[in-house]
Design a protein around this ligand. Structure first.
Ligand code: ATP
Length: 348
C-alpha cells in the first residue's frame, strides 16, 4: 500500500486567501490519520488536493513513488487515476438503485465479470453488516445504514487510500459512536490507509493512529493521540485538545510564581485531571475554595479558586467538599506544561 507525501504544499484560492500554507506531511501505509482543526483551517482543501479535485498552488505531492501534482513541473494526475476512495459528509447514494446495485455500480464500470462482482459485493456487505438490506433502496434505510452502504461502495473497489471528510457528522450521537467502532474495525480488518477529516477532537482521539492538528492553514503538530495530549507542541494544540480545557496560568501571577516557573516561561498549562483535591495541608498543597461542582456521570468537574485564580479540575472520586467550602489542592510539578512567549512548548 502506498504512502502519501506532501512536500511544502500551499493552496491559494485567490490572491487574498491562502487556505493551506507550506505543509509537509507524510501519511504512512496502514495509518489512520485524522486531520483535526477548527472550521476553515484548510482540512477539506488538503483532502481535495490529495483526491485531485484541487490543484496545488505550490509544492509537490506523491502517492507512493509517483509524483501526482507539481505545479513547477506541470505534472497533474487525474482523480480517477489516483485509485483513492472518497466519502464526503453527504454520502449521495443512487436513490433509484438498491443497496446491492449501488455497491455493484463501481465494479460494473471496471467491467468485472458478474460472478466476481457478486462475490466481492457479497463479501463487503457481510463485513459491514448490511447483507440483510441488499434489496432495499436508500430511502428505506436509516442514516447509519446508508453511511455503511456508502462505505461499502468505496471499500469494494479496494482503494489504495480511503479519504473521509467528516463522514459521521450527519449521524445522531449513538449512531456516530457505532460507526466510529465500525470504522476502527474496518481499518484493522482491511488494513486500509485512511485519512479522516474532522473538527471533533474526541473523534480524532478515539480513531486515529496519528493526528495532524491544523490551525489557519498551517500544521501545528503531528503525533499519536497520546503524544498530542501529553506533550502539546504549542498553546494552540494544548487549548484545542482536552475537555474540560487545559488551565492556563500566567507565569507572572502569584500562582505561576508558586509553581516555580523556569526562566523564559510565559504561560503554564495544567490539565484538569492533574489537579488533585486533598483534605489536609502539606508543604505541597495550596489552599483552595470550591466555587462549583458539575457531575458528568462517573466523574466530576470542579471550579476552584487557587491564589485568586479560577481553575477547573476533574476527578473520578466523588468529592467530599461542598460548594463554598475550603479545601486544598495538589499540583504535580511533573505534569505542568510550560510555554514561552511565542506560544511554543518549553522542554524542561
Ligand atoms: P470545515 O471544517 O468548515 O469544512 P476546513 O478546515 O475543511 O473547514 P476548508 O474548507 O479547507 O476548511 O477551507 C479553508 C479556507 O479556504 C477557508 O477560509 C475557506 O473559506 C477557503 N475556501 C475553501 N474553498 C474555497 C473555494 N473554492 N474558493 C475560495 N475559498 C475557499
Amino acid at each position: 500500500m502506498p504512502t502519501i507525501t506532501l512536500e511544502a504544499i500551499s493552496k491559494h484560492y485567490s490572491r487574498q486567501s491562502t487556505a493551506v500554507k507550506n505543509i509537509d506531511l507524510h501519511i504512512r501505509s496502514g495509518d489512520f490519520m485524522c486531520l483535526l482543526g477548527p472550521s476553515g483551517c484548510g482540512k477539506t482543501t488538503i483532502l481535495r488536493m490529495i483526491a485531485g479535485l484541487e490543484h496545488l498552488s505550490h509544492g509537490r505531492m506523491f502517492i507512493g513513488d509517483q509524483l501526482v501534482d507539481s505545479p513547477d513541473s506541470g505534472c497533474f494526475v487525474a482523480p480517477e487515476k489516483r485509485e483513492l476512495g472518497l466519502v464526503f459528509q453527504s454520502y449521495a447514494l443512487w436513490p433509484h438503485m438498491t443497496v446491492e446495485q449501488n455497491i455493484d455500480f463501481g465494479l460494473r464500470l471496471r467491467k468485472l465479470p458478474e460472478r466476481e462482482r457478486r462475490s466481492l459485493a457479497g463479501e463487503v456487505m457481510e463485513k459491514l453488516g448490511i447483507a440483510g438490506y441488499a434489496k432495499r433502496y436508500p430511502s428505506q434505510l436509516s442514516g447509519g445504514q446508508q453511511q455503511r452502504v456508502a462505505l461499502a461502495r468505496m471499500m469494494v473497489l479496494k482503494p489504495k487510500v480511503l479519504l473521509l471528510d467528516e463522514p459521521l457528522s450527519n449521524l445522531d450521537a449513538s449512531l456516530r459512536l457505532e460507526m466510529r467502532a465500525e470504522l476502527k474495525r474496518l481499518h484493522q480488518e482491511f488494513n486500509t490507509t485512511i485519512l479522516f477529516v474532522t473538527h471533533d477532537q474526541w473523534e480524532a482521539m478515539t480513531l486515529a493512529t496519528t493526528i495532524a492538528v491544523m490551525s489557519k492553514g498551517q500544521l501545528q503538530q503531528v503525533g499519536s493521540p497520546d503524544d498530542i495530549y501529553a506533550r502539546p507542541a504549542n498553546r494552540f494544540v494544548a487549548e484545542f485538545i482536552g475537555n474540560p480545557p487545559i488551565n492556563q496560568i500566567s507565569a507572572d501571577s502569584v500562582l505561576g510564581k508558586h509553581l516555580n516557573c523556569h526562566p523564559g516561561t510565559n504561560m503554564l498549562g495544567i490539565r484538569p485531571e492533574d489537579i488533585h483535591l486533598t483534605q489536609t495541608a502539606t508543604p505541597h498543597t495550596l489552599p483552595a475554595k470550591v466555587l462549583g461542582i458539575i457531575p458528568t456521570g462517573g466523574s466530576w468537574v470542579l471550579d476552584v479558586e487557587l491564589e485568586g485564580q479560577c481553575l477547573q479540575l476533574s476527578t473520578q472520586i466523588r468529592p467530599l467538599v461542598k460548594v463554598g467550602e475550603s479545601t486544598y489542592c495538589q499540583i504535580d510539578p511533573q505534569q505542568l506544561h510550560a510555554f514561552s512567549a511565542d506560544g511554543n512548548r518549553q522542554e524542561s
